[in-house]
Design a protein around this ligand. Structure first.
Ligand SMILES: Nc1ncnc2c1ncn2[C@@H]1O[C@H](COP(=O)(O)OP(=O)(O)OP(=O)(O)O)[C@@H](O)[C@H]1O
Ligand SMILES: [Mg+2]
Length: 258
């Protein structure tokens, strides 16, 4: 449920990022509220992955005010350079989970070990408690009977659901999907839509990077269209996809239909 007075689960304001001379993020601001699904779309090279990499601390903004809930990760100093707080940076890893395009499962671990490893090793929680939670997660993503298999014994869609359960096992406030819905058949895409909507209805904030406009429209509350390092347009999913206002969005979507 979205509560207008609540803090965003994640907030990025006035983010800038360059690689050498190339400015990749100009002045990007994006918030995701608890219970909200926000998709980032846009042409190749627009900066979607860079934004997501910085939001998941795989890379750093040059400048931004960036927080998870009340946890400040970085803010600009007087010169405008992002100053990362060591505590905020460390603690932020407990606030989000991410499902990658290729799922990044550990090939030699069973499904159960893939899900329980980080909560036990990184968060230092008790094995019994984590395994009990993992069994509940497996039930939620319909994988109960696969707990003792290794990833190569599972289909792509099943591996993807393991990756989701693994992200959820850390009890995050935000879950990100990086192109994780590409190359799924219609049934799996529908499953994914259902799982994501269920997560949101339980208060999870969801951030998605996708090239699939149909999926983005169905699953998202809000869509941000990135173009050349800026958010060119942002609004309710149906408005952005069906009635885009910015000529850059219109052009991109008409090409995406081809
Ligand atoms: N590590 C890097 N070093 C130099 N340039 C980079 C680096 N990573 C990304 N870029 C450049 O930043 C720009 C944005 O790339 P990014 O990967 O964020 O785009 P994207 O929107 O995710 O594109 P796609 O839809 O193809 O995945 C591109 O011009 C890319 O070449
Ligand atoms: Mg990308």
């Amino acid at each position: 449920m979205t509560n207008a007075s609540a803090l965003p689960a994640v907030s990025v304001r006035n983010a800038r990022k360059s690689f050498g001379d190339k400015v990749v993020l100009h002045d990007v601001s994006l918030q995701i509220m608890p219970g909200e699904v926000v998709s980032m779309i846009g042409p190749s090279g627009a900066g979607k992955s860079t934004l997501l990499r910085c939001m998941t601390l795989l890379d750093r903004f040059d400048s931004a005010t960036f927080s998870y809930g009340d946890l400040v990760v970085c803010s600009p100093n007087e010169q405008g350079h992002a100053v990362y707080s060591p505590e905020g940076t460390q603690e932020s890893h407990n606030r989000f989970g991410i499902v990658f395009q290729n799922y990044n499962l550990f090939p030699h671990f069973t499904v159960m070990q893939n899900i329980t490893d980080a909560p036990i090793v990184v968060q230092g929680r008790s094995r019994d408690e984590v395994e009990a939670e993992a069994r509940e997660l497996l039930e939620r993503v319909d994988l109960t009977e696969h707990a003792n298999k290794v990833p190569c014994e599972l289909s792509g869609g099943q591996q993807q659901r393991v990756a989701i359960a693994r992200a959820l096992a850390m009890n995050p406030d935000v879950i990100y999907f990086d192109e994780a819905t590409s190359a799924l058949d219609p049934k799996l895409t529908a499953d994914m839509q259902r799982i994501i909507r269920e997560l949101a209805s339980n208060g999870m904030a969801v951030g998605i990077v996708t090239h699939e406009m149909g999926f983005a429209k169905l699953v998202s509350d809000r869509i941000a269209f990135l173009f050349d390092g800026e958010i060119a347009e942002e609004g309710p999913a149906e408005q952005v996809i069906d009635h885009p206002r910015d000529p850059r969005t219109q052009r991109f979507l008409s090409q995406a239909e081809d």
